[in-house]
Design a protein around this ligand. Structure first.
Ligand code: PNW
Length: 496
């Protein structure tokens, strides 16, 4: 609780941005409205076996119809900024623009600005038009690079007069790992899936994502930046990988794990090529950049977007030579969630162990190995499992954070999430104090939402969403954030 640590936004640099994060497919609903066409996720989720709770993303938070109220909730929380993504098939498909889709984002952007909330836009958060998947295999084909460029160009041109913060992609690693290695994300490819090949496809898709990113950044800088004066980057996901032991080979393995997840993308967009360890371990299955591509990739970001959630212990894993090479084994690493019977961090029984020091370490890793770039934490947040039906049986009141400042039973109790934010923000503050150039922090997530292959079974929101009525209810974490952000008496003079 805020009152326990006394942590507030005053512990961060003066112009530091705090915001909340979202994405189109997880929030908007209204999948058949306003001229929207299906994405690969509509098709993937249409098979209930692909989704843990068999649920449909067709309505989810229905933000398409609730955005005006949602902007007020963000305002009420005291958020400086809102990160959301543009649904490609809502605004632009088969080379045609869709005025209704454009109007939706114009309205959302205007509503945010009207309340002093900065829009932070992810151009692509995984919802590829199904037509491009059908036509040439989506991200597996080089044709996707120019298609993406057209879409990005369109976004800059339509929204760039008001949007000053851009991300080309959300989590290329997670997209590739889910969609082409494990097969639990659209388009559901993996070795052993009905289709796919994890020894080659992940690297081809990653390559095309990088080429598309470089072209979009080049275009933005050449055609828009002078007038629009915005900044552009890419959001990368990375766990922290802690060596399991002090053995040199475990230390090297942990470093390789970071290279295969974060460095895979951060190395090219900083230095123009893949990390050396990937070249060595993947060999000629890793595509090569031409001299020109490499030049366009180098320094192709104004800041690094970082999504960070959790950490793992890492051991060296010398695979026997009869193991088929693939992304899952190429880094020769083995991950563990505990050591000598002790879990790496607090857990609520999901993948998300609470390891605040992991954030400190991953930030310092970026600082030390990638020339101390500006960093924006574009996602961070805790996962608290609430029992389904919780609201109907246990929720006693209907109080908004605007009306009460006490952590009472009138808010949904998610104390573990409050502790998550408190501990990770403390760790972040230490990283900044030690010289990491972090400029902003976005909580995942503003509202509970459709958590991809986990459907509605995982709730990340500061606000609880009742999916029957679509009402939003503040959790303790919402109130905590509001208090954290409401401290505006930051200077020494004012507090004296
Ligand atoms: C991110 N993992 O994905 C995405 O950017 C969001 O859309 C998503 O809702 C959020 O994190 C919460 O999961 C991830 O299992 C999904 O390691 C799963 C993992 C990491 C990131």
């Amino acid at each position: 609780r805020a009152d326990q640590t006394g942590l507030s936004r005053c512990d961060f640099p003066e112009d530091f941005i705090f915001g909340a994060s979202a994405s189109a497919f997880q929030y908007e609903g209204a999948v058949d409205e306003g001229g929207r066409k299906p994405s690969i996720w509509d098709i993937f989720a249409a098979n209930p076996r692909n989704i843990a709770d068999g649920s449909s993303p067709n309505i989810t938070d229905d933000q398409y119809h609730h955005y005006t109220d949602d902007v007020l909730l963000l305002k009420n929380l005291g958020m400086d900024s809102y990160r959301f993504s543009i649904s490609w098939t809502r605004v632009f498909h088969d080379g045609r623009v869709n005025p209704e889709g454009i109007a939706y984002y114009n309205n959302l952007i205007d509503a945010l600005l009207e309340h002093g909330i900065k829009p932070f836009v992810t151009i692509y958060h995984w919802d590829l038009p199904q037509t491009l998947q059908d036509k040439f295999g989506g991200w597996l084909s080089r044709d996707i690079v120019d298609e993406y460029l057209r879409f990005a160009d369109f976004c800059f041109q339509a929204f760039g007069d008001r949007v000053k913060n851009w991300l080309t992609f959300n989590e290329p690693h997670q997209l590739v790992n889910g969609g082409y290695v494990q097969g639990y994300y659209a388009p559901g490819r993996c070795t052993g899936c009905p289709q796919g090949n994890s020894s080659t496809e992940p690297y081809i898709v990653g390559h095309h994502l990088l080429l598309a990113h470089a072209k979009a950044v080049k275009l933005y800088r050449r055609k828009y930046k002078v007038n629009q004066r915005g900044v552009i980057g890419m959001t990368l996901d990375s766990f922290w990988y802690e060596p399991y032991s002090s053995l040199p080979r475990d230390i090297a393995a942990a470093r390789r794990a970071l290279d295969f997840e974060l460095g895979w993308f951060l190395h090219p967009i900083t230095f123009g090529d893949y990390p050396q360890s990937m070249r060595l371990y993947v060999g000629d299955r890793l595509p090569a950049f031409t001299v020109e591509e490499s030049r366009d990739l180098r320094n192709s970001m104004d800041f690094v977007g970082l999504n960070h959630y959790t950490s793992r212990y890492t051991q060296d894993n010398p695979w026997p030579s009869n193991v088929r090479p693939g992304y899952e084994s190429d880094s020769h690493t083995h991950f563990l969630t505990q050591r000598n019977g002790n879990p790496i961090g607090g857990t609520t029984g999901t993948w998300l162990y609470v390891v605040p020091w992991g954030l400190y370490n991953v930030l310092n890793h970026v600082k030390e190995n990638y020339n101390n770039p500006p960093i924006i934490i574009t996602e961070n947040g805790g996962l608290v499992m609430l029992v389904t039906g919780f609201l109907k049986s246990n929720f006693p009141g209907l109080v908004d954070i605007a009306d009460s400042n006490t952590f009472s039973d009138k808010f949904i109790k998610d104390g573990a999430r409050v502790q998550f934010y408190e501990s990770y923000l403390t760790s972040l503050q230490q990283a900044i104090a030690d010289g990491v150039d972090v400029r902003g922090y976005y909580a995942w997530s503003f509202l509970d939402n459709w958590e991809w292959n986990n459907g509605y079974s995982q709730r990340f929101g500061l606000y609880y969403v009742d999916y029957t009525t679509l009402k939003r209810y503040p959790k303790h974490s919402a109130l905590w954030f509001k208090q954290f952000l409401s401290n505006t008496k930051c200077s020494v003079l004012e507090t004296m």
